[in-house]
Design a binder for this molecule. Structure first.
Ligand code: UDX
Length: 443
């Protein structure tokens, strides 16, 4: 199959590489000349485990190439996939300008029957809008389809090659047959449905997962007050197959490029048809509030942060990515600086991307995890990178000025903590206070 993918962001690039891995000829198009040159040289602009190796392998096999020109890439295409960004507008709605621009360019290059499908997360009705734009310019036959994407950052290649399910929203037998054939090697679970339902499945799935996270975070907050342990509660709940154990990890709330954007967009979509999505509004609000839980624990542990040094472990919104979009670390660090604290930070790979978003004289950029602890009045873990999970906590304790560890991701067990002299503040679990006497001068 000849496939053209428009947009080489997360979704476009990973999909293009994975379709070429299945043996198809894939051309990826991007507007940015410097990005295309980078990709042509085998460099990957995002951090995603396994992606670069697979990309180079398929480029060398002659199945994968990159270009700036939609028109060149469209000549022999059987399938055109739109995977451009839909960033949020200030009111939460998805910004459709890149989708519309791509549709116009596709329209001008149509030279025969093709299936045009949208992989970007788009409001219900967008595929029909794309159909309208193309039909304005091209009078021949073509089909539109919705092909929502469910990959996660950090495991994007694995998720794409081994998905739980593929959802295809198609308007014709021909389009659904083509897309089913393309995805059959990946999974048996292929849901073929109408276009509007496919568009909705994506939003509903992300909104549901975000709801699970906010739900367990609220349970965690109650656990703290009644003396229960949320990790035990989640384990007990998750064994019920109707509930399931995933996405029940309490912490400092969800971030990233999808959940925050898609939950707000679905609230808007509902609002546009005069439906007040009260539950999802609460999910968003709980998530916003959850980030400040870390700060509350910090205030509880060291009273006042003014003039003190707070160590931060982890800046990306989750491990195995350098993506800091909507990362809880942004608000936490911003607030600490506002309150007059100095902040020492370290992340295995997201230092540069974070610095582009938030740089300040009160931030000290450290070389490693231990350096963050050295001379800090408290340490907060915000992203559960392995490097932090496996850190030697006795060394960490020795390096800290005050023995305070706030664990925003619940990665340490009480047994581990007991071997140290740390005071430990997890989420939704009992606080552990050391009996060790300290002689260090506390600032
Ligand atoms: C998500 C969806 O999982 C994916 O299907 C969709 O295509 C894009 O959005 P992603 O944003 O890459 O993927 O990350 P994910 O692993 O789902 O985590 C999202 C956020 O939720 C992270 O901030 C993570 O820390 C948080 N999370 C996740 C929790 O706080 N608790 C959990 O139990 C699970």
């Amino acid at each position: 199959m000849n496939i053209t993918v428009i947009g080489t962001g997360y979704v476009g690039l990973v999909s293009g590489v994975c379709y070429s891995e299945l043996g198809h000829n894939v051309q990826c198009v991007d507007k940015l000349p410097e990005k295309v040159v980078m990709l042509q040289n085998g460099e990957v602009p995002i951090y995603e485990p396994g992606l670069q190796e697979l990309m180079i392998k398929n480029m060398e096999a002659g199945r994968l190439s990159f270009t700036n020109e939609i028109s060149d890439a469209m000549v022999d295409a059987d399938l055109v996939i739109i995977a451009v960004g839909t960033p949020p507008l200030p009111n939460g709605e998805a910004d459709m300008q890149y989708i519309e621009a791509a549709a116009k360019e596709i329209a001008q290059s149509m030279n025969g029957y093709k299936v045009v499908c949208v992989k970007s997360t788009v409001p219900v009705g967008t595929n029909e809008h794309v159909r309208g734009i193309i039909a304005n310019h091209f009078k021949g036959q073509f089909d539109i389809a919705s092909l929502p994407e469910f990959l996660r950052e950090g495991t994007a290649v694995k998720d794409t090659l081994h998905p739980d399910r593929i959802v295809i929203g198609a308007e014709s037998e021909q389009a659904s047959a083509l897309l089913t054939e393309l995805h059959r090697p990946l999974t048996k679970e292929i849901v073929v449905t109408d276009i509007r339902s496919a568009e909705m499945i994506k939003y509903a799935s992300n909104a549901f997962l975000a709801t699970k996270i906010s739900f367990i975070n609220e349970i965690a907050n109650i656990c703290e007050k009644v003396g229960a342990d949320v990790t035990e509660v989640a384990k007990g709940m998750g064994l019920d197959r109707r509930i399931g154990s995933s996405f029940l990890k309490a912490g400092i709330g969800y971030g990233g490029s999808c959940f925050p954007k898609d939950t707000k967009a679905l609230i808007q979509i509902a609002g546009n048809v005069e439906y007040d999505f009260k539950l999802l509004k609460a999910v968003v609000e709980v998530n916003r509030h959850q980030r400040y839980g870390v700060l509350d624990k910090l205030f509880h542990a060291i009273d006042n942060v003014y003039g003190k040094t707070i160590g931060i472990w982890g800046l990306s919104f989750k491990p195995e990515t350098d993506d800091v979009r909507e990362a809880p670390a942004i608000e936490v660090i911003d607030r600490l600086i506002e309150l007059g604290a100095k902040v020492k930070v370290y992340d295995p790979i997201a230092m540069e991307s974070f610095r582009r978003i938030l740089d300040h004289p009160s931030i000290e950029w450290c070389e490693n995890a231990l350096e963050v602890a050295r001379g800090s009045n408290a340490l907060c873990l915000l992203t559960e990178w392995n490097e932090f999970v496996e850190a030697d906590l006795s060394e960490v304790e020795a390096a800290l000025l005050q023995p305070v560890l706030v664990d925003g991701r619940n990665v340490f067990s009480i047994e581990q903590i007991k071997k140290t002299g740390l005071n430990y503040y997890p989420v939704g679990r009992p606080v552990f206070q050391t009996e060790k006497q300290y002689s260090k001068d506390v600032v």
